[in-house]
Design a protein around this ligand. Sequence first.
Ligand code: TXA
Ligand code: MG
Length: 328
Amino acid sequence: MINQYKTRICGIECIDEAGKLLREGELVAFPTETVYGLGASALDEKAVEKIFIAKGRPQDNPLIVHIAMWQDAEKYAEVTKDAETLFKAFSPGPLTLILKKKDMVPSVVTAGRDNVGIRVPMHETARLLIEKAGVPIAAPSANISSRVSPTTAEHVYEDMQGRIPLIIDGGQCGVGIESTVLDMTKEIPVILRPGAITAENLTKYLPKVLTHKGEVLVAEAPGMKYRHYAPKVPCVQAKTPEGANKKYDEELSKGNKPVIIAREGFVTGSREFISLGRSAGDYAKNIYKTLREAEKKYDILIIESLDGEELEKSIMNRMNKATQGVWV
Ligand code: TXA
Ligand code: MG
């Protein structure tokens, strides 16, 4: 395999030739937004075997199948509702989903597994190449096994010179580390390899994700990202009576009608004050009702901010949304 080819590097002008090479069962290295890939037609067993030889890759390490648009995924895998949601949110992009494979995909691609990794690269040259080839492209990173992944065409050349006919140069990869690999076949999706799409990104769309460190990350309830709990008039949080009183006096001097909303003992002198009761429990019980009443009568609400662990934290979660995190 070594020195079998006079390896050429060329730009987008070779895309048609590259597509043809892939259709004919040859290997072509190509840029993606993460790292360069070493591609073969994913539907051609013999071509895929060449990848393992060129890289010196262990036969039991499965390959990612690259497609031009996520809607094609169902030809090769069972796309669950959650998978569809993630594809819509993150494809094209640096996310690989492991899904139950369909028979179309030869077992050499998946190293004999029932599951297949599928990804839609963001790099336009990569997607164009898939379209030109007319087949999905199985591709690992285009380095010799156990070496650093290549992020330029020259890196690929260093490793693959003589082993493949063509490298498409698409410049330096923008992301620079390999895609996030997410196993969607488990009850709680598992990050097998972390990448630019993080567990936090994923929990915007999934209730739970198991991180590669084995921690379960639980999503905030879907609505939590919106500005709920927002009164119709501006509100701010005050940590101390002094801060609240200062803000109050400023607003008053601007001709506004402020009010301080706090628990008993928050010393406000003769300023307009609405009591929320004594405890955190009283605060929680009274706050929404108070906000509704206060927004009808006042121009600005100055709300006591709570310190503390349990209920205090939950209350402040809501108040941070109400005030959009504005403190005085
Ligand atoms: O960003 C990337 O993912 C790059 C570009 C070229 O797309 N590709 C890449 O491929 O990094 P590779 O082969 O170097 O890494 C793929 C990773 C490996 O850790 C492999 O074990 C895992 O994904 N993987 C692939 N298919 C799998 C499957 N069916 N089940 C579990 N893991 C899989
Ligand atoms: Mg690799």
